[in-house]
Design a protein around this ligand. Structure first.
Ligand code: ATP
Ligand code: MG
Length: 411
């Protein structure tokens, strides 16, 4: 893509109404733009990153046997009354139709839709287990929305729901899903900082499990056992004050961001909707369920919180909007353009800074702010040596290499 046509331009100044690192950097670099507190537009660069994260998650959920669906965001009140959450869920957006006075909710989670959906079809033990997931926009009336895309009132969530014949089968899948979650966090570049964390299981289970990414800007407090890479959420530290794995007592207090949460729901939602399956002996039995949430937009914000420096964002390769930021300088622009065409023909994702009215210093500042993994410069100086300059965003020193070496490097 040509940077001369890219919408919008980067911003020099910190947006006045943002306090979080992710919102400041993503806004300045032109990835997102705020409509109101907790509600953001994803601009061309931002949407590329969000889609990459969503696709990494999608692939892993397919590996886990998930079948993708897309459920509605507009929900009937009755379904939420059935589970008692019309009254009890504080973040639920509720509203009334002007014409019919019918009441609706905006989906903040989808047990109230997916359970009756599956109940529309008669289930036998032969149809189970079943795994359905979606990647969809959720709405939550969050009290405070000051953390940029970490806490949206409208945000992207992947939610998978599993349906089983027994608790044993649920537990097996639940354990397997932890591995898939860690695989995703490793791929998007926050694996080292992300800890499986014991959290409250609510009314239905002893525990649920969160995935918490350690960073000082996190809103959650967890206690970690570094040796086992396990955390315990502050909310349950009174009941569980040693490492659940090695029983160590010397846990470290850390700030963290909850990037995922999985729950063994058992029959919490199948009961109110009478979701049953026909067992082998012909009798109807309650379906046993689990649910598995992860927020791609929160993951994106978390990556920025973890990977940045004083000059801007440092995207991990798998989620970067482009792989190469090619910068043409001065009289070398025509040669830079040729290299751009060559890289495109090799299917390398390139943002080409082809702007002629901008100084080299400004171009480098923009490249550091945007944070694409490889910066490649073509200038009169590099041309003289028949080379190009390459620098990794995560490293300090550039080096000169031939075009051929470059193609091996980034191809
Ligand atoms: P929190 O405690 O941070 O409010 P939650 O526990 O209510 O989150 P879940 O219902 O467990 O959130 O949602 C599953 C996942 O969706 C979370 O782990 C997180 O990745 C993401 N998520 C939840 N709320 C938001 C939000 N307001 N903005 C962005 N992502 C969110
Ligand atoms: Mg949660």
């Amino acid at each position: 893509m040509l940077q001369s046509t890219l919408f919008p331009k980067t911003l020099r100044d910190t947006p006045k109404d943002e306090i979080s690192t992710n919102a400041i950097l993503l806004t300045r670099a032109g990835f997102i733009n705020k409509l109101m507190a907790g509600v953001y537009t994803y601009l061309p660069l931002g949407l590329r990153v969000l889609k990459k994260i969503e696709n990494i998650i999608r692939k892993e959920m397919e590996q886990a046997g998930g079948q993708e669906i897309l459920m509605p965001s507009l929900h009937p009140k009755e379904n939420w009354e059935k589970t008692g959450r019309w009254e009890s869920l504080d973040v639920l957006f509720r509203f009334v139709s002007h014409y019919t006075k019918t009441e609706y909710a905006l989906g903040s989670t989808h047990e109230e839709v997916v359970v009756p959906l599956v109940g529309n079809f008669s289930l036998s033990y032969k149809n189970l287990p079943l795994y359905l997931f979606q990647i969809q926009t959720k709405f939550r009336d969050e009290k405070r929305a000051k953390a940029g895309i970490l806490r949206g009132r409208e945000f992207s969530m992947k939610d998978l729901y599993s349906f089983h014949t027994s608790e044993e089968d649920l537990n097996k899948y639940y354990e397997k899903m932890k591995g898939h979650y860690m695989q995703i966090f490793n791929t998007v570049g926050i694996g080292d900082e992300t800890f499986e964390t014991f959290a409250s299981g609510g009314s239905f289970s002893k525990y649920s499990h969160e995935f918490q990414t350690i960073t000082d800007s996190g809103e959650d407090t967890i206690y970690v056992c570094e040796k086992c890479k396990i955390g315990i959420n502050k909310e349950i530290i009174n009941e569980q004050n040693t490492c659940p794995k090695c029983e160590a007592k010397d846990l470290q207090e850390k700030k963290a961001i909850e990037v995922g949460n999985i729950f063994p729901l058992k029959t919490k939602y199948s009961e109110p909707f009478s979701l049953k399956f026909k067992a082998e002996d012909g009798t109807p039995k309650d379906v046993i369920m689990g649910c598995y949430g992860m927020g791609p937009s929160r993951v994106m914000g978390t990556i920025v919180e973890v990977h940045n420096d004083e000059r801007g964002i440092i995207w991990p390769e798998a989620v970067a909007p482009f792989r190469v930021h090619l910068i043409g300088l001065g009289n070398a622009m025509a040669d830079a353009h040729k290299l751009y065409t060559k890289l495109l023909s090799e299917k390398v994702e390139v943002l080409f800074d082809d702007r002629t009215e901008i100084s080299a210093g400004e171009k480098f500042a923009d490249a550091d702010l945007i944070g694409i993994p490889y910066r490649v410069v073509v200038s009169e100086k590099t041309l003289k040596e028949n080379k190009v300059e390459i620098k990794k965003r995560s490293e300090k020193e550039p080096k000169l290499i031939s075009e051929e070496e470059l193609l091996n490097y980034v191809g």
